[in-house]
Design a protein around this ligand. Sequence first.
Ligand SMILES: Cc1cc2nc3c(=O)[nH]c(=O)nc-3n(C[C@H](O)[C@H](O)[C@H](O)COP(=O)(O)O)c2cc1C
Length: 234
Amino acid sequence: MSTVKDSIDEIIRARHSVRAFLPNPVPKTLIMELLDLAARAPSGSNLQPWQVYVLLGPSKEQLVKKVCALHDDLFLHPERREEFKPDYAYYPSKWISPFIERRRENGWGLYSLLGIAKGDKEKMHQQHRKNFEFFGAPVGLFFTAHRSLEGGSLIDYGMFLQNLMLLAKSRGLDTCPQAAWNSFSEVIMSHIGASREEKLICGMSLGWPDAAHVVNSFLTPRLSAEAFTTWLGE
Ligand SMILES: Cc1cc2nc3c(=O)[nH]c(=O)nc-3n(C[C@H](O)[C@H](O)[C@H](O)COP(=O)(O)O)c2cc1C
């Protein structure tokens, strides 16, 4: 007999970032159901910092066109990258061990699965570009928060996002959370009609997975709890 525990374990284990989707639409009622339940996430003083923008059809396509064109332009003119600043620093400005090694392992793992050799900048660019096509997903999501909110709200946001991804998985849908969009905050915030008081937290692709695509066989390792846990008072 399958228990609640088994189901939760299974969903947590089954979720992984999906980077190739089928074009089949996701019903609006289903998206609302996921968002309603995801909002059961805890947040300090119940601030509920989340603001969600759902992009479908032409609105999604227009943004994809704009940002892909920008991404291509920056590939040809890397000196212009400075002009595109995220609303907050997602990654450290200085990479140190062991994080730099984990980042490299993750990046090269994905590229080698796709047959992209180290130094093949054109192919890397094309793969990175798929972020800005929402990896072919029918639903593009953007998450914003009020600029006055601090780091604590990012913790709360993470719980909301994880709820959303697990809920999606439980219904046969998949996701890819995306910080790649963050550099293009200005273009995105204007496109979605967000106010100047909001900051972009991240984007997310949502849809039905393309199970046949090799990119979706990419599974990532984790350290065991033993490696990151200190016991005291035994
Ligand atoms: C907030 C956040 C932002 C991320 N941004 C991107 C992104 O822009 N593009 C991408 O392909 N993956 C992105 N990822 C996915 C991570 O690479 C992935 O979660 C990690 O490698 C672990 O793999 P898994 O999600 O398959 O378990 C992001 C993940 C998180 C949590």
